[in-house]
Design a protein around this ligand. Structure first.
Ligand SMILES: Cc1cc2nc3c(=O)[nH]c(=O)nc-3n(C[C@H](O)[C@H](O)[C@H](O)COP(=O)(O)OP(=O)(O)OC[C@H]3O[C@@H](n4cnc5c(N)ncnc54)[C@H](O)[C@@H]3O)c2cc1C
Length: 271
């Protein structure tokens, strides 16, 4: 069953009334894969693509607000995002291929919570928050607290992710996103790393190398590049718990992550 609410309130009402049998559908890219392999069952799908207020991307109060149903391509190409947080363009621009990016939404990407999704690396270092809404009210969840396990998030069954709020990094901050794939350029990552240097703080975001994306903050005050890389690598190692899959063994991913972290720090390091 596909339901098309005419307002956000109605969407929340449907999710509340239908309980566990209902789920939102946005771009449908992840749900289609689940359907094809027989894992979707027969849910009541609440289609949120027709709600224009959920698609807005804007800069407000020193933050970027990415509406949940904005597509990855829309965010990647958005002039305000390019100007204020180009790290997001790097991360969203590396997800899958252009056909997926043109349909998949930023809300669906986070809510899907596959352990390999790329964007959380960037969202974690930028200190982003998720806006959630249900009939019970609205709340914000830091992305750092959002992931609870593979395909498991802090969202309740009746909650919609309505937007992602991303603080604009200060001028002079340096940021880089690196994605390493082992099966092909546009494939899922073997490891994803974001590094952001703001004054003497290094923020690290990691994806695909643990059941959930990981974040660490490292004080690099007074350190030279090599020592900063050592410190970052140690912080990253504490977050590693890779899942072996067709893209690599645990050992391979651990080694790759260490190299990727050192490279990302080098690239983000102030010259
Ligand atoms: C071939 C292929 C390759 C891919 N490669 C990558 C990759 O390299 N890197 C990467 O990061 N991702 C990759 N992905 C995953 C892709 O990013 C996700 O499929 C996509 O972002 C999901 O967004 P969607 O809008 O299509 O979600 P949907 O399929 O519509 O929904 C996904 C899940 O999120 C829930 N949901 C959707 N919107 C909301 C909302 N607003 N509030 C609450 N719950 C919601 C749905 O109920 C469902 O459980 C790939 C996908 C495919 C099909």
């Amino acid at each position: 069953v596909l339901l098309r609410p005419r307002s956000l309130e109605q969407a929340c009402q449907l999710l509340a009334e239908r309980g566990d049998e209902a789920m939102p559908i946005a771009g449908g890219t992840a749900l289609e894969v689940l359907r094809r392999v027989g894992l979707l069952g027969q849910p009541v799908l609440v289609d949120i693509r027709g709600l224009p207020e959920l698609r807005v991307v804007e800069a407000v109060d020193g933050e970027l607000r990415l509406g949940a149903t904005a597509t990855l391509s829309e965010v990647q190409r958005h002039p305000r995002v390019r100007e204020l947080a180009p790290l997001l363009c790097q991360a969203y621009g590396r997800v899958a291929n252009v056909r997926v990016r043109n349909v998949a939404t930023v809300g669906g990407n986070l809510a899907y919570a596959d352990y390999r999704i790329d964007p959380p690396a960037a969202l974690l270092v930028l200190g982003a928050r998720v806006e959630a809404r249900s009939q019970r009210g609205a709340r914000e969840i830091p992305v750092r607290d959002f992931f609870r396990g593979p395909e498991e998030t802090a969202l309740a069954a009746d909650e919609l992710l309505t937007a992602i709020r991303v603080p604009v990094p200060p001028r002079g901050a340096r940021a880089v996103f690196r994605k390493v794939t082992s099966l092909g350029e546009n494939d899922w990552p073997c490891v994803g790393v974001a590094a952001l240097v703001v004054e003497d703080q290094l923020h690290l975001g990691l994806t695909a190398v643990a059941p959930t994306p990981g974040y660490a903050r490292v004080d690099v005050g007074g350190l030279d590049l090599v020592r900063a890389q050592d410190a970052a690598e140690s912080a990253a190692v504490a977050l590693l718990d890779p899942i072996a899959d067709t893209r690599g063994s645990r050992r391979f991913k651990e080694r790759l992550a260490r190299v990727a972290v050192r490279d990302a720090v080098e690239e983000a390091w102030p010259q």
